[in-house]
Design a protein around this ligand. Sequence first.
Ligand SMILES: [Zn+2]
Length: 144
Amino acid sequence: MILHPPLPVADDLSQAFWEGVNERRLLVQRCAACRRFQFPPDASCASCSSTELSFEEVSGRGAVFSFTETVSGARHPYFQSISPYLVGLVQLEEQEGLIFASNFPGSEYADLEIGAPVDVEFQEIAEGAVIPQFRLRTVRLAER
Ligand SMILES: [Zn+2]
């Protein structure tokens, strides 16, 4: 049995988001009335209650908002198999409070710090199933 994380299941509200992810684009719902982004998608704007919402591509750049290392207690077999693993929240640069969850692929706990810059990447976790994850932006010495 090949283990993978739980697969995304699109519904009416998240369909456009997952279609974007499958095209390796991060599309976030935005309100036409107040211009606020929101995630996850909802039927109305959390800020002004407008229902004039559409999806806009965002940069995929952000910063670590919080993080932890899960060392025990995972219930899903995939997460049990990769424990310990990192999990945390990323705030996108487009807007304060625009938050995504991520596992920080390629990083170890000691690499992470609040505010560290990250970039979205798209991982195919099973055939035809893609999820967004955020990877620490590594700065090469020559670029400093
Ligand atoms: Zn609004």
